[in-house]
Ligand binder design. Structure first.
Ligand code: AMP
Ligand code: MG
Length: 413
């Protein structure tokens, strides 16, 4: 049996990012940067005030208090968007707004709440100021020429904030992969047909299509191919028009040979692996017309688990992402679990927290056809290959499912 990480390595060796294109920043959310962004200007671009208040010389207001205010001459007003009209000298202040560049000579800003207006063009300062107080220094966030975003980064709102700050209306991104999903099996009927005895609805096609889209890729659901050479040939030929092909079913021992024959017909070599994992042991992988093709197991949960472990990283790599592997975390197990050695187990579980610690609980019904636990699952609880038992209270590895752990009520702070 092939180890999970060996299988993943073999797969990723065949995956390359697609070409590049330029998009407008407004359409860039969810895309992947295909260029490093070097700052054409620093942030902040110049020293500026963090407060509405008075820019002054700290040395002038050393002993200031409300009982013995220091009186300063206000030489001008400086709104945000304005530029200083001249330097601040001894005994002088400039009324300044948040974000405005601090004038020469001023080394601190006292916030307006700690001042009192006196007669025209005079302010009373009611508190002392340390040098540098309330001044945001030029380049304290980043300097001109710093690499502020790296190639391979997914563009989220924070990256859009950075791009916009850098004045980048257009940005180079990787082309978005498009995948096709084929569901194989004589037992399958489409969703709008009531299944006759012995038949079941093709659910994998829909689940896998949504998983592909969840990675940011495009996906077409090509529907059902019956278990015969002609039908499979036709569907796989159609699927090879896309960047990546995903099928479910037909990779277990029973129908193994049929899909293999079809791959030969298409002039492709498909490798059939038994991967040391549960669920999701049978897996086929190869290239059809140069396009990476995954044959996932038919059992619905097996196909979703295999997608998470193999197809998601492959799609992310094809999309140009540099972060393609799921993070894992440690949690404390609430209920003991056992298994035979030899395969990594991915148990569906829930995640709670108690006194600052994550608690992982395996769900009831772990069979590879059990959908209820897939619906309730927030994490996979990972039992390593040779591990046979993890006792309640012991530490266990967990992997979040999908886009992260959300809940319906706030926990408060
Ligand atoms: P297979 O890997 O083709 O032997 O399929 C294993 C089992 O998974 C079958 O007995 C079906 O019950 C189920 N199955 C296969 N394909 C699908 C599908 N597209 N949707 C739902 N269940 C499926
Ligand atoms: Mg089948």
């Amino acid at each position: 049996m092939l180890k999970v990480d060996e299988a993943l390595k073999k797969i990723l060796a065949e995956i390359k990012p697609l070409g590049l294109e330029s998009v407008n920043i407004s359409d860039s959310a969810g895309r992947v940067l295909a260029e490093d962004i070097l700052a054409p200007r620093g942030n902040p671009p110049w020293d500026n005030s963090a407060m509405d208040g008075y820019a002054l010389r700290a040395a002038d207001v050393e002993g200031a208090s409300s009982d013995s205010p220091v009186r300063l001459r206000v030489i001008y007003d400086l709104p945000a968007g304005g530029v200083p009209e001249g330097p601040v000298g001894e005994g002088e202040a400039v009324r300044i707004m948040t974000g405005a560049p601090t004038p020469q000579g001023a080394d601190a800003v006292v916030m307006v709440e700690r001042t009192r207006k006196a007669e025209d063009a005079v302010v009373e300062i009611l508190a002392p100021a340390g040098a540098g107080m309330n001044i945001r220094k030029e380049g304290e966030d980043f300097a001109v020429g710093d690499k502020v975003l790296s190639i391979g980064t997914a563009i989220r709102p924070a990256e859009i904030l950075m791009l916009a700050t850098m004045g980048r209306a257009e940005v180079k991104v990787y082309k978005r992969p498009s995948a096709a999903v084929v569901s194989t099996g004589d037992e399958l009927v489409d969703i709008d047909i009531t299944p006759a005895p012995g038949k079941i609805t093709n659910s994998n096609g829909y689940a896998l299509t949504s998983l592909v889209r969840d990675t940011g890729a495009e996906c077409v659901n090509l529907g059902i191919a019956a278990d015969n050479r002609e039908a499979l040939n036709a569907k796989f030929t159609e699927a090879a028009r896309y960047d990546l092909i995903i099928s479910s079913g037909g990779v277990s021992v029973g129908d193994y040979d049929l899909v293999k024959e079809v791959m030969k017909d298409l002039g492709s070599e498909m490798k059939f692996w038994k991967v040391a994992m549960k669920p999701g042991k049978p897996l086929a992988f190869g290239l059809i017309g140069g396009k990476p093709a995954f044959g996932l197991p038919g059992n619905p949960v097996s196909s979703m688990v295999a997608f998470e472990q193999f197809v998601r990283p492959a799609l992310l790599k094809m999309a140009g992402r540099s972060d393609i592997f799921k993070k894992t975390f440690k949690a404390r197990l609430t209920v003991g679990i056992k298994k035979k050695p030899g395969r990594v187990n991915f148990l569906r579980g829930t995640l709670t927290s108690e006194r600052g610690e994550y608690l992982a609980t395996p769900l009831q019904g772990q069979g590879s056809g059990m959908i209820t636990s897939m619906v309730k699952a927030e994490v996979f609880i990972i039992m390593p290959e040779e591990c046979t038992e993890i006792k309640a209270g012991e530490s266990v590895l967990i992997q979040p499912i999908g886009n992260g752990a959300l809940q319906s009520e706030t926990s408060g702070y």
